[in-house]
Design a protein around this ligand. Sequence first.
Ligand SMILES: [Zn+2]
Ligand SMILES: [Zn+2]
Length: 218
Amino acid sequence: METTGDGTGRTGAGPQPLAPDTSRLDGRSARAWTEPMTVRATGEGRYDVENGAGRTYRVDLPDGDCTCPDHRIRGERCKHLRRVAIEVTRGRIPAPGQVRGTCRGCGREGFVPEGGPDYCRGCRLESGDLATDRETGDAVLVVRVTADRADAVAVDGTGRPVADYETNAGYPRDDPVVEVVYPFDGGEPLADRRRYSFPHSRLAPRDAAIVDPGLGEV
Ligand SMILES: [Zn+2]
Ligand SMILES: [Zn+2]
């Protein structure tokens, strides 16, 4: 893309239209932007695209497939495929692997992983993330995010579910359990440290993530 002007990335021409200058696009791209279509995500990377005439085609975005004649017969990257890609890029519909949902962490409506847990990108914890224990302020390192509920997992050697601990009373009992270690105290290798189980919502993600190769596959 051509860069001009003051270096801020803006052209200085004031507000810009939503669609690109379609006169500079090829026909299929222009139609993808301008024709009335209704796109609905149906899961697993598939989308129903209804055109202005009420006809519905099915797009498989990861496979780059569409059921319309333009794609099936002529083998073109049709306007339906392009429209789905545009709407995903603009955040209007979920990307493959995501669904619309309410984030359990921040309560905002948005996109969450298709197979759960229901956390937005900003609230979701993954192995290798640093997080803050909201109860104590301690830094912890996420070793594993499990699919198990806090009221169904017993803390090692106690028989007592994670959710039953007093300090976890303020967090949903059906939260997924997250296993962590304390990375900043003691000299043991991280992989040898004792793991602790927390309800996901008790841990606030931090910006910085550290990845320790010593943890390996967990
Ligand atoms: Zn098509
Ligand atoms: Zn969130």
